[in-house]
Design a protein around this ligand. Structure first.
Ligand SMILES: Nc1ncnc2c1ncn2[C@@H]1O[C@H](COP(=O)(O)OP(=O)(O)OP(=O)(O)O)[C@@H](O)[C@H]1O
Length: 582
């Protein structure tokens, strides 16, 4: 480290120093400017040491420059009338430099401990920058509160959006189902209509076929009947019915005549028979009195009369047989003619029946024709309808329940989409939320780190103090122990008995202050150098040599100023550097 000073403190010349890493001892007489050098170096770590404190009162300009690790840090002053203008580039600007980088009577901790003040809470708090941490924590906590509030807002938005998305999903599912249902109903209805109509058409065509077949059969039958009638008529026409009737009539008249003659003959026959019987009896009895007239007759007369009657009876019988024969012949003829007539009647009846049948058949044909016409018309109309269904786009007749529901759902969906546009879709919000969560997590981690750091800072001095203090005290051969109690007070015990800090010797108190500063320096302050003003210390040489080894390794440059008649600036190699505070 190169140091250049000019007109600072009591140094009113240019001072160039090359300070090596390790311990550098700067010996000079009183009022030579050792403190001025120390304060100048410390002033590169804090602006608590002001330009007024630094610039030599007799000079109008001055500077402090230090080259550390290749970088130049400086404070340059110019006095203009009553004020000093300063140009500076500090290594750091931390007032703790006064507390932790410069061990001198000016050091507040040294001053207080030498005065016997046991309370070091202020020191821990200042050195550990507890307030800074508290403030940092408060700021982070405030920021966390703000972010959490925003996060809550986004979470609400997200829940809202998520809810809307769920609603959208449900609506979309319902819509999809309704659309399918609608399509399916449409297709099914059309199909069922088509199928029904085709079935009906098939049915009608079958019925038409049947009817046409029936018609053909009927027409054939009609032709057949007509032919039969014609044939029958022909047959009938060959038989001279009128003549037969006439003949029958004549024959009946003849028969009647013959029957009348036969009747007369029968009467004659019966009468002649009776007369014959009476004459026979009269003859047998030789009646002499006529049984008819009562006159007396010759009994022989009966015999003659008997023969006459017998002749008459034979004649009557002959005539009667002849007529009977004739009657039978005529009767036979009549029967024959009647048979013919019956046959004709039979034919006529047959013709009548056939004609009736023909009429019936014709009637049925007419019915069938009508039915065929109806069927043809129905088939034609049905075909037109089927054709219409095949070609025509189905047109909706007004809004169906499904259409209405679809419309309502689409309206709802569009409203939700508008809302989502307003609040953002959950994915976007989720991205924001994740970013917030990350921020919150980071902040919470920072706060938690600060909390840990807060505790660590509060406790590290307390915890390490006892062991280090007692090691050093033992090493320095001081016969007391020191520790920090829960109230951050230094507690001293000598041979197990507690005693006031005030009662310790100056070197014992100085040792305690030095231990505290070294712990603070190591734990809380990253200073490139540590300066000790040995002049106020009352350590004997042996003890001071022991102290030096504790100084090594804490910072790069340790500078010890010491009063001596001669001026010396030397770098010292310190042994046992590994035994320094770790
Ligand atoms: N800003 C200043 N302007 C002018 N003179 C100053 C200033 N500060 C200190 N001095 C003087 O410079 C001289 C050196 O003082 P300094 O405190 O640096 O000496 P020292 O070597 O530390 O002495 P000691 O061994 O007695 O502590 C002193 O006479 C002091 O009065």
């Amino acid at each position: 480290m190169q140091v250049r000073l000019y007109n600072v403190g009591g140094i009113n010349r240019e001072l160039n120093l090359s300070i090596k890493k390790g311990i550098t001892v700067y010996e000079a007489p009183n009022a030579y400017g050792k403190t001025s050098l120390a304060r100048s170096l410390i002033s590169l770590l804090t602006s608590e040491i002001t330009a007024e404190d630094l610039l030599n009162v007799f000079s109008d300009e001055g500077y402090i420059e230090a080259e550390i690790e290749g970088k130049i840090y400086y404070r340059r002053f110019k006095r203009i009338k009553n004020r000093i203008e300063e140009d500076k580039k500090l290594y750091m600007d931390d007032k703790n430099a006064l507390l932790l980088s410069y061990f001198s009577p000016e050091n507040q901790l040294v001053a207080r401990i030498l005065m016997g003040d046991e309370n070091i809470e202020w020191f821990i708090s200042a050195a550990a920058k507890i307030d800074e941490i508290k403030k940092k924590r408060e700021n982070l906590q405030f920021k966390l509160g703000e972010i959490k509030a925003e996060y809550e807002e986004y979470q609400k938005k997200y829940n809202e959006a998520e809810n809307y998305m769920k609603q959208l999903e449900v609506i979309n599912q319902q819509l999809e189902k309704l659309e399918k249902d609608k399509e399916s109903i449409k297709i099914n209805t059309e199909n069922s209509i088509k199928i029904t109509r085709r079935n009906r058409l098939e049915d009608l065509e079958k019925r038409l076929e049947v009817r046409q077949k029936e018609l053909k059969e009927k027409e054939a039958k009609v032709k057949k009947i007509e032919k039969e009638i014609e044939d029958l008529k022909k047959t009938v026409s060959t038989i001279p019915k009128e003549n037969i009737l006439k003949e029958v009539e004549q024959l009946n008249a003849s028969l009647q005549n013959l029957n009348s003659r036969k009747y007369n003959l029968d009467v004659d026959y019966r009468m002649l028979g009776r007369v014959l019987d009476e004459i026979k009896e009269a003859n047998e009895r030789h009646l002499s009195v006529c049984y008819v007239c009562g006159h007396e007759v010759d009994p022989s007369i009966w015999k003659g009369r008997l023969d006459t009657i017998k002749k008459e009876l034979t004649e009557v019988t002959r005539q009667r047989d002849e007529i009977t024969k004739e009657i039978n012949s005529i009767q036979a003829k009549i029967n024959e003619l009647n048979t013919k007539l019956r046959e004709i009647e039979k034919y006529e009846q047959l013709i009548t029946n056939k004609q009736k049948d023909l009429e019936q058949q014709k009637l049925e044909i007419s019915e069938i024709q009508k039915s065929i016409e109806t069927l043809l018309r129905q088939i034609r109309e049905l075909k037109e309808k089927i054709e219409e269904l095949d070609t025509k786009e189905p047109s909706s007749n007004g809004e169906s329940d499904i259409d209405r529901r679809i419309r309502e759902l689409r309206e709802q969906r569009s409203n939700i989409e508008l809302e989502l546009q307003r609040i953002g879709i959950p994915r976007k919000i989720m991205e924001e939320l994740q970013s917030y969560r990350k921020n919150i997590k980071e902040l919470e981690e920072q706060i938690s780190n600060l909390d840990r750091e807060y505790i660590r800072r509060l406790t590290v001095v307390k915890d390490t103090f006892s062991s280090l203090a007692n090691t050093i005290m033992k090493d320095l051969e001081f016969s007391y122990t020191a520790e920090i109690d829960e109230k951050y007070r230094i507690t001293i015990k000598k041979e197990g008995t507690k005693m006031d800090l005030k009662k310790l010797s100056t070197s014992e108190k100085t040792a305690i202050a030095l231990v505290l500063v070294l712990i603070g320096l190591k734990e809380y302050f990253k200073s490139p150098f540590f300066i000790i003003d040995e002049s106020f210390m009352t350590f004997d040489q042996k003890r001071f040599e022991k102290i030096k080894k504790y100084l090594s390794g804490i910072v790069d440059y340790t500078i010890i100023t010491r009063s001596n008649e001669t001026v010396q600036f030397r770098n010292e190699r310190v042994l046992e550097t590994s035994q320094v505070i770790t």
